[in-house]
Design a protein around this ligand. Structure first.
Ligand code: SF4
Length: 397
């Protein structure tokens, strides 16, 4: 997660408790705050009520997105989330001859291979404390608006995870099926649908099924390379994509190919993919994004890019198509995405801020300005010009 009022919280720690946290780590700041609030209780007789009181004050003071797990020495294991539950957190249990064992994780998938049973999601603002006798205590937040990160479902979470009762793989298939309407309306008739491995797979299969054309795995991924969009420089990102993906020429040569990716962030990775497919002989390339246009940075812990670097924040769909050198670009409709994850459909409220610019924690103008300044002063400067408002479309040099 990410704390968006870091300076305010650090100042308060100093002013109220004379604590000078020498850290830039968000989790450490949260823990300093929690520990300071707990320290004012009677430390010889800390009760569960005291622990939950300290959690509540921490949640009031610390703004942002977080899912924390901590050991309170001599007392037990504590987990809590931010009041909106932006980042996921789950509780698992395994029964052993010596009694139950508990684990917290950000995704349910690890419980499968650790032989734990999924117990429940840690809800928005909820805290769960497991004492030394393995008794589980709950602090439940009164009904507040929720804002689960929808991008976990689109890209970040593993496909075999279940988040808030929804299997990620199934949601991605749905995203592919929904976007089929736009592909048909645009008059596109691809010969095949392929995915950008790995996060595009389920949406691609959903799209292929819905429009009745074959799905092929026509790009092979080198699993030893990391995620390209978080590599700090443009040259580095392009290099990662080149080494990471290799198209199968025999499949794409002479074909009209609809390639499905989870999203388009800066556009440079998408352009590299289109070029790889064209170099492998694809006759036409349609780029399908299972996410809507990303127009605002995520301030809740997903390090995408600043607004000036987000291609959809600055250019029209047609200009983006031109930049990534595709024959057509199709984005998921924001309203379709919002409908899929609407509260009345059982998901609870979701955060869509990177697609709408409406941040669920309220006015974040000051924080956005702060990260913009901070990144500009610290970031390694890209060799390829980044996209900026009203600048001409970036070209390669
Ligand atoms: S801004 Fe986007 S990526 Fe960040 S928490 Fe919200 S939905 Fe998720």
């Amino acid at each position: 997660g990410n704390v968006i009022n870091f300076r305010d919280v650090a100042k308060r720690l100093h002013d109220h408790y004379h604590v000078l946290p020498k850290t830039t780590n968000d989790l450490e700041l949260i823990m300093y705050t929690f520990a300071s609030e707990l320290r004012v209780k009677d430390l010889d007789r800390i009760s569960v009520v005291d622990i939950f009181d300290a959690v509540e004050t921490t949640q009031e003071l610390v703004k942002g997105a977080y899912a924390t797990v901590t050991i309170i020495a001599g007392h037990g294991l504590l987990a809590f989330t931010d009041p909106l539950g932006i980042r996921p957190l789950v509780l698992g249990r395994r029964d052993t001859p010596d009694g139950p064992v508990y684990a917290f994780a950000s995704e349910s998938t690890c419980f499968d291979y650790l032989d734990f049973e999924f117990v429940e999601n840690v809800g928005p603002g909820q805290a769960i404390f497991i004492d030394n006798d393995f008794k589980v205590h709950y602090k439940n937040q009164p009904a507040l608006p929720k804002a689960f990160c929808v991008f976990e479902q689109i890209y970040f979470a593993r496909e075999d995870s279940t988040i808030h009762g929804r299997l990620v793989a199934r949601e991605r298939v749905r995203l592919g099926k929904i976007i089929a309407r736009k592909v048909v309306d645009a008059g596109l008739k691809p010969d095949m649908v392929i995915d950008v491995p790995s996060s595009g797979y389920f949406s691609a299969s959903g799209l292929a099924e819905a429009i009745g054309v074959p799905y092929r795995r026509a790009m092979v991924k080198n699993n030893h390379m990391g995620r390209s969009f978080i590599v700090p420089t443009q040259a580095g990102r392009e290099d990662v994509v080149k080494k990471k993906l290799n198209p199968i020429r025999a499949f794409v040569e002479g074909k009209k190919v609809a390639v499905v990716d989870d999203s388009i962030v800066r556009g440079t990775t998408s352009r590299r993919i289109v070029r790889l497919l064209r170099d492998a002989g694809a006759a036409e390339v349609y780029f399908i994004s299972s996410a809507p246009p990303i127009v605002s940075p995520c301030i809740y812990g997903i390090d995408m890019a600043m607004s000036t670097e987000l291609i959809a924040a600055n250019y029209s769909e047609q200009e983006i198509c031109q930049f990534i050198e595709a024959d057509k670009v199709i984005y998921q409709d924001l309203s379709d995405l919002q409908d899929l994850f609407a509260e009345e459909r059982g998901h609870g409220g979701s955060c869509f801020a990177c697609f709408t610019g409406k941040y669920p924690t309220g006015d974040v103008t000051r924080y956005l300005r702060h990260i913009q300044e901070e990144r500009q002063s610290h970031r390694i400067v890209d060799k390829v010009p980044s996209v900026s408002a009203k600048a001409p479309l970036p070209t390669e040099h």
